[in-house]
Design a protein around this ligand. Sequence first.
Ligand SMILES: [Zn+2]
Length: 550
Amino acid sequence: MKKFISFLLFFIFIINFSKAQTAPKVLPQNSPPKLVVGIVIDQMRWDFLYRYYDRYSAGGFKRLMQNGFNCENTFIPYTPTVTAAGHTCIYTGSVPAIHGITGNNFYDYAVKKSLYCSEDKTVQTVGAADDNGQMSPRNMLVTTICDELKLATNFKAKVIGIALKDRGAILPAGHSADAAYWFDNKTGTFISSTYYLKELPKWVTDFNSSNAVTNYYQKNWNTLYPLNTYIQSDADANSYENLPFGDDQKHFPYDLKRFSDKKNYGIIRSTPYGNSLTFDFAKTALIHEQLGSDAITDFLAISFSSTDYVGHAFGPNSVETEDTYLRLDKDLRDFLKFLDTQVGIGNYTVFLTADHGVAHIPAFLEKHHLPNGLIDASKIETQLNEKLKAVYGTDSLCMMMENYQLYFDYSRIAGKELDKEKIIQTSIAFLEQQNGIDRVFEYANLQNAMLPQELKQQLINGYYPNRCGDIIVLFKPGYIEDYGGKGTTHGIWSPYDAHIPLLFYGNGISKGKTFEKVYMTDIAPTLSSLLHIQMPSGCIGKAINDAIKK
Ligand SMILES: [Zn+2]
């Protein structure tokens, strides 16, 4: 036995000795993060990082900007620049032409009906007796980075998606997520669907019974700082702002207490407290689901929807928007501190980006002599159908104008034995005459369009067969669809809608920045490289090399 042990030790020595002599020097592998936190700020323009920079705290946006990697010129490579397509693109590294989420709503010729991006009538709401939970990621045709993390860990990684908007939670978390949770206006609670679970976990029902919304309403909404210090914003009250809190509430301070009596839970979305509520829920999820507590990387995908509701109502130059970002920054600071304590500094990786930006309110632009205008899409649709009826003798040939596209009724065209191509050409000629419409193209002929190559590519990237119209309309920059002359929106290719922030921070991330143009589609492959996992199944982006620590 002794002899045998000596022989064994000698043998081990020889093996190690030869390894030391011949094996290449391998640098120790960085240990992967225990947790990745994806943060999408719904409707955050890139310039908001700098517009309010002076008043951001040291620990929020600035912490990510100064200690992480900042991609200053990140663009959305498709149109329409809307929430569902944005969240899907961030997490799939893909574009509507491949992932199939061509808008928040789109007509699907394959099933002959209008679809909401995440609707799924085969599943039921979990956590409430209404239909706001009949949602799943099934309309999304590819995997997300979260699905790939699941595949790479033999489904041991935990993945949770959270947002007020169902689409902001569901699409990022992907097909194989443990759960996605979103906010139900009817009950004022977070719900899910039978796609993920049969019943809500206890921590969710406990959170839901904590009266969180009503407690936020008790705080009302006044500005964090004296009103006259909001020097980045237009006057507090303007005739071109919407009045989401009632016609009698035209400016700060906003009385929110009244909404608890009326059980109007949905209005929290249009206040900064919607973001705070999302942070509260995300922290609770992290603790109770034990995210980031073992060596297998988990993924928490959070989207902050209130910035979008506030932005639509008041515009990017409002005190409301400025105050919402200053409050979001404080919430973000607290959340990062929470991650430091719960998961540990160096154990997590965060990225922060946006699904799209937003246009200035046209009436605000008008005040400053900047190009602007309103386009009444429903009026154009009606007049187009009148024109088509006059020429072809048939009603309602155009079914809808959605996502800047015109959808035609193919069965009606076929039934009347009309020439589809002629109808399209008549429509293009009519649409080109309309005020604010710059150019009109047939998707089928886009390759030949006289347009800058990159813009043409953006339009092509937004096209998925059966889920798009035949015609795409280009609005002039500064023009938006008219929603009653108040508020604003987003959706076109222009930088105000398509230039988004992108910050990486934490485990595996270099400190620095790049001014090179990168794309929303590059986020998922960067994470794939960082985590050493496969890219999502529709990914067309490339890893942002400088962001990853070598
Ligand atoms: Zn929006």
